[in-house]
Write a protein that binds this ligand. Structure first.
Ligand code: HEC
Ligand code: HEC
Length: 225
């Protein structure tokens, strides 16, 4: 065999092994990054519903879909489970002023499956993609207690109805200076049972939030003088 052919063969075999090695490594990492072991029947059912209702017609998930509506790859982490449940029951209540998503009148079981699916997708390690939507990143340099409270505020979607410093919804009072008119006790009561403060309130109850989250949220709001 001529010398150049030998070099060609050695180079080809070397590349073939290198690619094979990388492929095996990727497949190995893939299952850890996607935590495929947590693919429950409920998650699979959620994915079926996602296809059945053509949610991709408006949304992107894991890079596939349309750009009319938000990328929901990380919605579970960014919004939190209680917000997603309320939203899927009645999308208009959470985005009263904006573009509206159709109400699919989903059953409780369908919402459970969709939320399980969004939760599973959100836990996939996508190297931080997509970034949190504009207005959701906590303000830089805020004190740590306030930062924790403002994260809860954004994760629960309070800004879908309320505005603060010029951004947010227009359905509910502006909260920029809420600490100058409400006490911490009053705010905690508002979170648990808005109808106790105002019988006609349309604000959903956030009573199911963890006690620590409620405290941080209330501390944050009373600090807004
Ligand atoms: C006709 C377009 C359309 C379809 C179809 C649609 N959505 Fe939406 N969805 C929207 C819009 C618009 C918003 C956000 C409202 C806004 O930006 O004001 C939204 C918001 C959301 C959000 C909140 C995202 C976030 O993080 O804020 C979730 C979750 C969601 N949709 C899930 C679904 C699911 C599940 C389906 C299928 C059952 C679906 N959507 C089908 C238009 C759509
Ligand atoms: C679906 C819309 C909606 C959402 C979501 C919502 N609220 Fe409200 N909120 C209202 C409305 C409307 C009022 C006005 C008083 C009433 O009807 O209870 C209100 C009142 C308040 C007040 C009293 C404001 C004042 O001027 O005295 C506070 C504090 C408050 N909400 C906090 C929150 C927090 C914190 C969240 C998120 C955990 C939240 N709200 C989510 C609709 C909403």
């Amino acid at each position: 065999m001529p010398r150049t052919h030998k070099i060609l063969w050695i180079a080809t075999l070397f590349s073939a092994f290198a690619f094979l090695g990388m492929t095996v490594d990727s497949l190995h990492r893939m299952s850890a990054r996607t935590h495929a072991d947590q693919l429950s029947a409920q998650v699979v059912e959620g994915k079926r519903l996602w296809q059945h209702y053509d949610c991709n017609d408006c949304h992107t998930i894991l890079g596939i879909g349309a750009y009319y509506a938000p990328d929901v790859t990380k919605s579970f982490a960014q919004r939190g489970e209680p917000w997603l449940r309320k939203f899927l029951q009645n999308p208009a209540a959470m985005y009263p002023a904006g573009r509206q998503m159709p109400n699919y009148h989903l059953s409780g079981a369908q919402i459970d499956s969709l939320v399980a699916y969004l939760g599973w997708v959100s836990r996939i390690d996508t190297n931080g993609w997509p970034p949190a939507p504009e207005g959701m990143a906590p303000a830089q340099g805020a004190a740590s207690a306030e930062l924790a409270g403002s994260k809860v505020y954004l994760a629960q979607g309070c800004n879908a109805c309320h505005s603060m410093q010029g951004s947010g919804g227009a359905l509910a009072p502006d909260l920029t200076h809420v600490g100058s008119r409400r006490s911490k006790a009053w705010i905690l009561q508002q979170l648990d049972d808005p109808r106790r403060n105002n019988v006609q309130s349309i604000m959903p109850s956030f009573g199911q939030l963890a006690t620590g989250d409620k405290q941080q949220l209330a501390d944050y709001l009373v600090s807004l003088k």
